[in-house]
Design a protein around this ligand. Structure first.
Ligand SMILES: [Zn+2]
Length: 359
């Protein structure tokens, strides 16, 4: 198993689940809420924070930890994935070149030239504990020529990110943040292995599995994930970027991934889709293929009169104080506390799942 992830703000036990606090907050919750359900770290998105409120605002607030009142580890995703998805959807939003990414905000006319060096400096200005290199993202369906170019760029950009971090740390002194690189290569074995090996030769504190992590039919890219693990140092933490469905987490963990972030549990919660362990599974460590959890669709009619908790035995703020019927009611009347309680329940489910995986 991978080593725990040691950061300047504490050590993350692995496997670690880090909810997405994309714009410096997990929607609908406070930092106190997150601590109460056992969250140990979060992932913010450097690119989104650059757009709003801007690095200067965060820096003037005393850094990202002070700004969002969070004293535990923060991973800052570079935003490579978002840049790719936005520009890919709409070429008016910018262009990806070998040496830089130019991103345009059509609504305001603003333009950013994003280079590997700028992305690292941005994350240093935020004061993040784990810096993620800029990568050139693709999905498994992209043509081979595009995948090849993506791997070339990703390795070149990672080398520049590493060099910039080392230069800045040498100039500024103090404890350096950790730095993760992201492996691309889509669904092509030779490219995945080549990218992972090249990044490992440069040397990073951890490695992310990059690109869209699911096949067109929604299944996990288990084979590409395995090639990447096999090509990386065994002890290095491996981050399954964006992998979050509970059964996908269990499969990716079995493959050797130990750091997870995903918007799924919090987004599902806001839509009234909750997770619960099936009977007998709340104290058993699940393995791939186990049918260990069920979905609770709290909007459904039967919950109108479900006077027990969402899940018997769950110790989250929703289940210890309220019935499923009450949460159903709050959703029906559009009370914003419904989203908060549902989010805390789902986050607690993930914390409990990860505790089981650590046993
Ligand atoms: Zn609960």
């Amino acid at each position: 198993m991978a080593d725990p992830l040691v950061t300047g703000r504490g050590t993350l036990a692995v496997p670690a689940f880090l909810p997405d606090a994309t714009r410096a907050g997990v929607r609908g919750t406070s930092s106190e809420d997150l601590r109460a359900v056992g969250i140990e770290g979060v992932v913010v998105n450097a690119f989104h924070l650059l757009r709003r409120p801007g690095a200067r605002v965060v820096q003037a607030a005393g850094g990202i930890h002070r700004f969002m009142d969070w004293d535990r580890p923060i991973v800052s995703d570079s935003g490579g994935f978002q840049i790719w998805s936005l520009i890919r959807q709409d070429p008016n939003r910018g262009v990806i070149r070998d040496n830089e990414v130019i991103f345009r905000e059509p609504a305001t006319g603003e333009k950013w030239n994003l280079t590997p060096e700028r992305i690292v400096n941005l994350q240093l200005r935020l004061g993040s504990d784990v810096v993620v290199c800029l990568d050139d993202c693709t999905d498994a369906e992209s043509p081979e020529a595009e995948q090849e170019r993506s791997v070339e760029r990703t390795v070149r950009w990672a080398r520049r990110c590493r060099a910039e971090l080392d230069k800045q740390v040498a100039q500024r002194g103090g404890a350096p943040p950790r730095i993760f690189a992201v492996v691309q290569g889509g669904g092509i074995e030779a490219l995945r292995r080549q990218c992972a090996t090249a990044l490992a030769e440069i040397g990073f504190d951890g490695y992310g599995f990059g690109g869209w992590p699911l096949a067109a039919d929604g299944t996990l890219l288990a084979e590409p994930m395995r090639w990447v693990v096999e090509s990386l140092p065994p002890e290095a933490p491996k981050h399954a970027l964006g992998v979050g469905r509970p059964d996908h987490v269990v499969s990716a963990f079995a493959l050797g991934y130990s750091v997870f972030d995903c918007a799924l549990p919090t987004r599902d919660a806001r839509h009234g889709r909750l997770y619960a362990f099936r009977d007998g599974w709340s104290s058993r460590r699940p393995t791939p293929g186990d049918d260990f959890y069920r979905a609770v669709r709290i909007h459904d009619a039967p919950y109108r009169v479900a006077h027990g908790p969402i899940e018997a035995g769950c110790d989250c703020p929703a289940c210890t104080r309220h019935s499923a019927a009450y949460l159903h009611h709050l959703f029906k009347v559009g009370d914003t506390s419904a989203e908060r309680l549902a989010t805390l329940h789902n986050l607690r489910f993930y914390v409990r799942l990860f505790e089981l995986l650590r046993t």
